[in-house]
Design a protein around this ligand. Structure first.
Ligand SMILES: [Zn+2]
Ligand SMILES: [Zn+2]
Length: 245
């Protein structure tokens, strides 16, 4: 539900906090209201209800985090009263006492219902008031085949498979003895990195055949060599030898 980490649909660039006061956002910026559609766990939900969680019902981790805010403030004010100075010698500034009902990490109860199933059981969740939600317009798009928001899981899987196939095809097209990064020949004057042992990417080339250009200027070669080295070490294959080809 926060902007980072949570899956996003590719059809919306709209991210909003809940339309509640003291949500850590600029006042007056439109927020998520009852009736809006938000994305959660790949699904579109209608917001049925947004309610501040009663203070005596805060979950333990929210309560602990809040108590820390309070004790930091108490400490600060005690230091200030004792005449302590900042590390650069200035007097400490007075800090306003934190207000629990205005804390922008406070928990909020939210009731959601699947948009396409208005008779389904509503889902009750809670979230920090500062969470950002991806919102959708009424006319949002779903995949014709599976009804999921785009990119649906099938498309995502396909993309991964296509990528793997493309890189396998590219590797298979590299002529024997050429750089496994850029696919170009390695001349006798070029520096090269060789990896002893079985060739992890082209087993058909036989032993001690994995080789990459050692030129730092070509990311294609050095990135591939680095990737190969990681896999090679994971397999416990000896120590890296660098030599001229
Ligand atoms: Zn689909
Ligand atoms: Zn290369």
């Amino acid at each position: 539900m926060s902007r980072t980490g949570e899956w996003q649909t590719s059809q919306s660039r709209s991210f909003q906090r809940l339309a509640l006061p003291h949500n850590g956002y600029r006042e007056g910026v439109p927020g998520v209201e009852v009736g809006d559609i938000v994305v959660l766990q790949r699904k579109p939900w209608r917001v049925l209800e947004i309610r501040e969680k009663p203070e005596d019902l805060w979950p333990a981790d929210f309560e602990r985090a809040w108590q820390k805010v309070v004790s930091r403030w108490i400490e600060h004010e005690a230091s200030r009263a004792a005449g302590e100075l900042t590390s650069w010698g200035a007097p400490l500034k007075e800090q306003p006492q934190p207000v629990r009902s205005e804390w922008y990490y406070r928990p909020v109860n939210i009731v959601l219902q699947l948009v396409d199933r208005p008779k389904s059981k509503p889902r009750h969740i809670f979230a920090s008031v500062s969470c950002e939600w991806q919102t959708l317009p009424e006319h949002f798009v779903v995949c014709r085949l599976c009804n999921e928001l785009p990119p649906c899981r099938h498309v995502e899987t396909e993309a991964t498979v296509n990528q793997a196939m493309a890189s396998a095809e590219r590797l298979m097209a590299i002529p024997r003895g050429a750089c496994l990064g850029c696919g170009e020949a390695i001349t006798s004057r070029m520096k090269a990195i060789r990896f002893p042992g079985p060739n992890l990417w082209r087993p058909d080339w036989g032993k001690d055949s994995a080789v990459f250009h050692a030129r730092r200027s070509r990311e294609e070669c050095s990135n591939a060599a680095w990737k190969y080295e990681q896999q090679w070490k994971e397999q416990g294959l000896d120590v890296l030898r660098s030599e001229s080809a």
